[in-house]
Design a binder for this molecule. Structure first.
Ligand code: DGL
Length: 283
């Protein structure tokens, strides 16, 4: 089991990039950030005690997001990545207002890339119910969806399937077919994965939509954005800086560790984060 060099310091995330999601989905973003920024320390929190966020109200998700942000900042993080479309839609504006001195990077449905790619003039977006209810989604479609048809399809229950490790089971496939086939019938040629859990089932999605539909995962673009923001702030870690990854979950750490290996991540120690009312404790 790889050890990390962070556990000895008192504030475990001093100078680190803090990343969070409702569960394992944000690990798809963490992977891309690790690839783009090998020298950075990364702190990850998966709020598995509250997953899924998608069916909850934006207000409730905003509350969790503020609690997690506070906890990551208390650990010394220099930048926060909201590696969850739902939490970004619910809370990005308000955490920026609450902490104007902190750089935040959030997820935004990659409608722009889909529109740049389409030849049929029809693109699809899949996300959680809450993401589609947000002002952020409406503004993305208004800004980038001009002149094309943007079909949006919530996928209730898909995050639960993924958190249960059901990446390629008959039930997950039939759920996805039920959502994707009507969009295929309307000739989409680009599909935006606007939930960070969905890239985990990308092979299944690609099998269903076939080679003529481009599947778009914004994680590499988010990683580039994190790099740009750190560069601009003069806060990139030095090449020889001690990097490392620390992980917390608010649910059972051993289950989280197993899920990580299922999605091709090395086995690492996972710590338990504890919610006490609206305050999250990471230690
Ligand atoms: N990964 C979260 C997102 O990007 C999943 C939301 C959920 O927990 O339902 O939206």
């Amino acid at each position: 089991m790889p050890t990390d060099d962070l556990s000895t310091s008192r504030r475990l995330g001093e100078g680190a990039v803090g990343i969070f999601d409702s569960g394992i989905g944000g690990l798809t973003v963490l992977k891309a950030i690790r690839q783009a920024l090998p020298a950075e320390r990364l702190l990850y929190f998966g709020d598995n005690a509250h997953v899924p966020y998608g069916p909850r109200s934006l207000e409730e998700v905003r509350g969790f997001s503020h609690g997690i942000t506070r906890a990551l900042l208390d650990q010394g993080c220099k930048l926060i990545v909201i590696a969850c479309n739902t939490a970004s839609a619910a809370a990005l504006t308000s955490v920026r207002q609450a902490y104007p001195q902190v750089p935040f990077v959030g997820m935004e449905p990659a409608v722009k890339s889909a529109v740049e790619h389409t030849r049929t003039g029809v693109v699809g977006v899949i996300a959680t119910v809450a993401t589609f209810q947000s002002e952020l989604y409406a503004s993305v479609v208004e800004r980038f969806g001009v002149g094309v048809e943007v079909l949006h399809q919530p996928c209730p229950g898909l995050v639960k399937q993924i958190e249960a490790g059901e990446f390629d089971t008959p039930l997950t496939e039939s759920m996805l077919r039920g959502w994707l086939e009507p969009m295929l019938a309307r000739h989409i040629d680009a599909l935006v994965l606007a939930c960070t859990h969905y890239p985990i089932v990308r092979p299944l999605i690609e099998r269903i939509v076939g080679p003529d539909v481009r599947v778009i995962d914004p994680a590499p673009a988010i990683a580039r954005q994190v790099k740009r923001v750190l560069e601009q702030a003069g806060q990139l870690a030095a090449h020889d800086a001690p990097n490392g990854t620390l992980l917390w979950t608010s649910d059972e750490p051993s289950e989280f560790a197993v899920m990580m290996t299922h999605i091709g991540m090395p086995r690492m120690e996972v710590r338990a984060g504890k919610w006490v009312e609206a305050t999250l404790h990471l230690s």
